[in-house]
Design a protein around this ligand. Structure first.
Ligand SMILES: [Zn+2]
Length: 410
């Protein structure tokens, strides 16, 4: 079982400050365990108030609290970071960059300010600046084994590959042009895909039984629509059929808030692929039902983006796109908007499905498919035995050829 990259919702986390209320007789104030002057304490209180308003999508009041906090303490990194995120959420990228840049220059800057700044740079087409921010972030992340640090390095590698590719293109007009597809970042030679005979893929969406915090019945409609979107965009090259039973389904989708099923608990969705050789055999897709504590509330846009993204993985996109305009970009947009399936996403899937599956993968896929077991029953073990003999015979042939070559050269 293999787990691949996931969509990261952690980017939207709003930062709170821990305040300790001073006793009536004392003039001691503390923020995050540190003794601070009154103006910093009051600024921290305003930041916390702004988080409450942000969660309610009351951007006006949140913004005024954050601006007041910065008047009291212009060096409060968290206030700059949250204000930058708030502005980005409203699509005000240029203003957002100013505040996030300021946040990353301050000594107590949160790591998320770096991630959000890089995201803003990318969405405004400044790849070099985004790379620079990620390099700074990696340098400050204490342990390189941390999942967050590992993820930062993966992201940096994708960005650098895209930058390198653009550098090779020469003129600035050419540089600005993205490749038609991002297959190299989405699996490359180690590609996996469904065998053509498996389409339409059978999709089972597990019904939610009982209470699932945050789940809205509309989510299943959004999920189904996301499958239809992929089918329609690829002109039915990939297509799906919804089934009522998990038995013999190809893609099993379920909503959950279980952190264990959602990576390290910071993911909006996680898609696991099982495959034989290059042929995908089965997919398990976990989708988060409720936003993480501190995140903006899930909107239909966020759910739509997550579903489209995870389906891309389910189709065989193992990595991510380096362009924020693609559904397979590695983060959800900071602005509250759904990310469409782009022409590059479509071109990547079409390129992937033009790659032929090798003989062994096709045979294994045929023999181990539960659907074929149902159809052909006992013939399957015989065919399996035949295939193993064939593979063995091929290996034997190769060895003999090698021996002959050695004999000639000696
Ligand atoms: Zn992903």
């Amino acid at each position: 079982m293999t787990c691949f990259f996931m969509l990261h919702s952690c980017l939207l986390v709003l930062l709170l400050l821990l305040l300790s209320v001073p006793p009536a007789h004392s003039q001691e104030y503390s923020v995050n365990g540190k003794s601070v002057p009154l103006n910093v304490y009051e600024a921290a209180q305003l930041v916390n108030e702004s988080v409450t308003f942000l969660k309610k999508q009351d951007f006006g009041r949140a913004q005024s609290r954050l601006k007041s906090a910065l008047l009291l303490d212009p060096t409060m990194a968290v206030a700059h970071s949250n204000l930058g995120l708030l502005l980005a959420r409203q699509g005000k990228t240029r203003e957002a960059i100013e505040h996030l840049k300021k946040a990353t220059q301050l000594p107590d800057s949160p790591n998320l300010a770096f991630v959000n700044l890089a995201c803003c740079y990318q969405s405004s087409g400044n790849l070099a600046a985004a790379i620079d921010v990620y390099k700074r972030l990696i340098r400050r992340q204490a342990s390189l084994d941390e999942p967050a640090a590992r993820h930062s390095r993966d992201v940096l590698a994708v960005l650098e590959r895209e930058m390198e590719r653009q550098d090779k293109l020469g003129s600035s007009a050419e540089k600005a042009k993205l490749a038609d597809n991002y297959l190299a970042d989405a699996g490359g030679r180690n590609f996996v895909r469904w065998a053509d005979s498996r389409f339409p893929l059978k999709v089972f969406i597990e019904p939610v039984e009982g209470e699932l915090d945050g789940f809205d019945s509309n989510y299943n409609t959004i999920l189904k629509k996301a499958f239809y979107d992929w089918a329609q965009k690829t002109q039915q090259k990939v297509k799906f059929q919804f089934v009522d039973s998990p038995e013999r389904c190809d893609i099993h989708c379920f909503w959950t808030n279980d952190d264990e099923k959602l990576g390290d608990g910071t993911e909006a969705g996680e898609t696991e692929l099982r495959f034989f050789g290059h042929a995908i055999a089965h997919v398990e897709m976990a989708l988060r039902a409720k936003e993480l504590p501190g995140d903006f509330p899930y909107t239909e846009n966020a759910v739509t983006t997550t579903c489209r993204h995870e389906i891309g993985h389910a189709l065989g996109v193992l990595g991510h796109s380096a362009s924020a305009a693609d559904a397979m970009y590695f983060t959800i947009p900071l602005a509250d908007e759904s990310r469409a399936i782009s022409s590059r996403d479509v071109a990547t899937i079409l390129a992937l499905y033009r790659k032929p599956l090798d003989f062994n993968s096709l045979c294994l896929d045929f023999l181990l498919s539960s659907e074929n077991w149902r159809k052909f029953g006992l013939f399957i073990p015989l065919l399996l035995l035949l295939l193993l003999l064939l593979i063995y015979a091929r290996k034997g042939k190769k060895k003999t050829k090698l021996k002959k070559k050695k004999a000639v050269s000696s």
